[in-house]
Design a protein around this ligand. Structure first.
Ligand SMILES: [Fe+2]
Length: 328
């Protein structure tokens, strides 16, 4: 029998991570629910995940519902949920219906921020139909009235800008209209002086280990244009998925830290795949993401296994915000 060493490594690593997850959670006592580290001073908290790849599988559906239940167990604590694309596996209407049914049943916060990914525009009915299934389903779920898959959401005064591919390639197709809109939304958001959160399925070309992990895994031809807009501003968090890479930070044997890349003011955060084992890099656990705790002067990224309802701790990071004076 031939043993696939990569698969064996992934299984052993997953078991180890599960043990670590349990032990770190047990250290906090019986209450495994999301609680902020500084409840008195927190300004906003949101839970992130990516790449749910919903099909007609009841296993994936149940896993997503378990994750959403953990994320929004206490809506006085978690203000929003953010998913960074590949919501469905193939952009079919039935898959979007199943996705939104899971959110309707298990997600208790009204602040639901969903980006689409390449898989969401791969509908057999065409990319335009895939985008429409998303927009119509999202509006029905949230009671909002977005017109395009790219849109802005404000939560507790903080701006989230969601970008979307308008094509059906593995990379993103972003129209000039969307780029101009993004530029204007970023400028508007920056007036508050607060951090800005940009949610886009695709990592900026060459960031988060994309070049090493997956040649064609970048955002594509509009990468420079999008990145130039990000770099005009301070305290920007660009949240992506797509690479199916596990958390790398905090692991001794994981090589470079691909998960968080930063120039000190713009921070590129790449989330692991929620549904599949993350065998490309880092911690292979599925069902995970970062819980963001936003404070006046810093943002905590806390790695969590939403399905097992435990903190992973190993991959946590604190990102200090730059002041207007320091940025000028
Ligand atoms: Fe994906």
């Amino acid at each position: 029998m031939v043993i696939n060493m990569k698969v064996l490594y992934a299984i052993l690593s997953a078991l180890l991570s599960l043990i670590l997850s349990f032990t770190s959670s047990l250290g906090e006592g019986a209450d495994h629910m999301i609680k902020p580290t500084d409840a008195k001073n927190i300004r906003m908290c949101f839970a992130t995940a990516s790449d749910t790849h919903i099909t007609d599988s009841s296993v994936r559906y149940t896993q997503l519902k378990q994750g959403l239940a953990d994320m929004t167990y206490d809506t006085d604590i978690v203000d929003a949920v953010v998913f960074a694309g590949d919501l469905t596996d193939h952009g079919e209407k039935a898959q979007f219906d199943y996705l939104f049914e899971a959110f309707d049943e298990a997600c208790k916060t009204e602040n639901i921020i969903l980006a689409t990914g390449n898989h969401d525009t791969w509908s057999d009915d065409g990319s335009v139909a895939g985008m429409k299934y998303f927009v119509d389903g999202y509006n029905a779920l949230t009671g909002r009235n977005i017109e395009k898959p790219y849109y802005t959401t404000v939560v507790n005064g903080y701006t989230f800008i969601t970008l979307a591919s308008e094509g059906d390639h593995v990379y993103a197709t972003i129209s000039q209209e969307q780029i101009d809109w993004f530029d204007a939304e970023m400028t508007k958001a920056s007036l508050s002086g607060l951090p800005i959160f940009v949610v886009c399925h695709f990592p900026i070309n060459g960031t988060n280990g994309q070049a090493e992990l997956w040649d064609e895994g970048g955002i594509g031809e509009q990468s420079d244009a999008i990145n130039a807009i990000l770099l005009k501003h301070s305290n920007v968090f660009y949240i992506s998925g797509h690479l199916h890479a596990g958390f790398t930070g905090g692991l001794i044997d994981a090589g470079p830290d691909y998960t968080i890349e930063s120039n000190g003011s713009v921070h590129y955060i790449n989330l692991p795949c929620f549904t599949y084992l993350n065998t490309e890099a880092g911690n292979p656990l599925s069902g995970c993401g970062y819980v963001f705790e936003v404070y006046d002067d810093y943002v905590l990224l806390r790695s969590r296994d939403y399905v097992m309802t435990g903190w992973l701790d190993l991959h946590d990071a604190r990102i200090d915000l730059v002041t207007a004076q320091a940025a000028s």
